[in-house]
Write a protein that binds this ligand. Structure first.
Ligand SMILES: NC(=O)c1ccc[n+]([C@@H]2O[C@H](COP(=O)([O-])OP(=O)(O)OC[C@H]3O[C@@H](n4cnc5c(N)ncnc54)[C@H](OP(=O)(O)O)[C@@H]3O)[C@@H](O)[C@H]2O)c1
Length: 347
């Protein structure tokens, strides 16, 4: 089979196309024939910065495809199941940039029949991060479902990002009033297409007033991509007992926040990292995301606010570069064109 590999960290040129034999799944693993590999910032960062702990590494955490072999202890997945994969390459060298990947069954989720592989390969890192950001707070639901966030206001900083897009969609599905920030008109159109009720551009000295004009009681949850720039605004617009779930350090790795206003509002600063969040959080995220998929709440594509940029498996290096350079939307790699054509929605 064709596989993209790297054996040392560095620029995208360390990625090579190789021929490898498909691995055999262990008792609690499944092998998936990959249709689409999804690329996230974590994939190029891991390749660029981390020494390859396992010798040879196949990159990319997210993907979608069809189960083609099942370990002896796996009970809830069958050969032929259409699935999406999350954290394929976490603490193991077997990512999704290859024709067959072997993954723990706990990181493989059955796909509703109506959902196509481009949606499925866009879920893992972005949707699970968004789910956690929307469900970790002092008050408010720990699960997402229709009406779970009724009467709550969510501010998504960076609403045209991949995580931001998923946060808007999940929050809207769960009934929240959703405010998104973006940096330009094109991204504003995308955030609206994703379902945001109010979209404001940053930077803007009037942003706080604009948020209060549409949410007079303040914001209950902030989904924050750039705390170094937005911490003060987040605290200013937050309602009492509000939370700021920060998941990235875009544009700076340190932040200052107003202390008095923070404690006076019982603000919760809530960090989150998918790799360390724990099994329970991932399991409930996968369940809720499946329910949202079944409801048709997580479409992708420009018309849904998430333009797709496609690459071939051979051109995985360009896919990594596109994400590193901040392409707007989702970067996907077509690994098996024939599987994608057979996909019910792709015909
Ligand atoms: N903690 C975790 O588990 C976790 C999980 C997923 C992702 N991440 C990290 O999260 C970051 C985003 O990932 P992604 O896939 O969503 O990337 P992305 O698609 O490139 O989106 C990043 C977004 O952040 C926006 N942004 C940057 N500065 C901003 C600011 N000051 N205010 C508001 N928005 C701002 C960008 O918009 P403009 O360019 O227009 O400013 C862009 O839309 C990456 O650093 C990634 O590594 C962490």
């Amino acid at each position: 089979m064709r596989a993209i590999i790297y054996s040392r960290s560095g620029p995208s040129s360390v990625l090579e196309l190789a021929e490898r034999a498909p691995a055999t799944p262990g008792p609690d693993e499944v092998r998936v024939r990959v249709a689409v590999s999804g690329v996230n910032p974590t994939d190029w960062k891991a390749r660029a910065r981390k020494p390859a702990e396992f010798g040879e590494v196949v990159p990319n955490q997210d993907g979608a495809g069809v189960v083609d072999a099942v370990g002896s202890d796996v009970e809830d997945l069958r050969i032929g199941d259409r699935v999406w994969i999350f954290l394929a390459a976490h603490q193991r060298p077997t990512g999704t940039a290859q024709e067959f990947t072997v993954v723990p069954a706990s990181r493989v989720v059955r796909l509703p029949d109506s959902i196509e592989f481009d949606v499925a390969a866009s879920l893992g890192v972005p949707a699970m991060t968004a789910h956690r950001a929307l469900t970790v707070h002092e008050f408010g639901p720990a699960r997402l479902a229709p009406a779970a966030l009724d009467d709550r206001v969510v501010l998504v900083q960076g609403g045209a990002g991949a995580v931001g897009h998923a946060a808007i969609q999940l929050a809207v599905w769960a009934g929240a009033t959703v405010i998104a920030t973006v940096s330009n008109d094109d991204k504003a159109a995308l955030a609206r297409a994703a379902g945001a009720h109010h979209v404001f551009q940053y930077p803007d000295g009037e942003l706080s007033a604009k948020v209060y004009s549409v949410a007079p009681g303040g914001v209950d949850h902030v989904v924050e991509v750039a705390p170094a720039q937005n911490a003060a605004l987040d605290v200013e617009v937050l309602a009492n007992h509000g939370s700021i779930a920060y998941y990235a350090n875009n544009n700076g790795d340190e932040f200052t926040a107003p202390i008095t206003t923070s404690y006076a509002k019982n603000v919760r600063w809530q960090g989150l990292l998918l790799y360390t969040v724990g099994r329970e959080a991932l399991t409930v995220a996968a369940e809720d995301i499946t329910a949202a998929l079944e409801a048709g709440a997580l479409p992708v594509g420009a018309e849904a606010g998430l333009p797709l940029t496609w690459f071939s498996l051979e051109d995985t290096a360009s896919a990594h570069d596109a994400v590193e350079h901040g392409v707007t939307g989702k970067v996907l790699i077509s690994v098996a064109d024939d599987l994608r054509k057979k996909d019910p929605q792709a015909r």
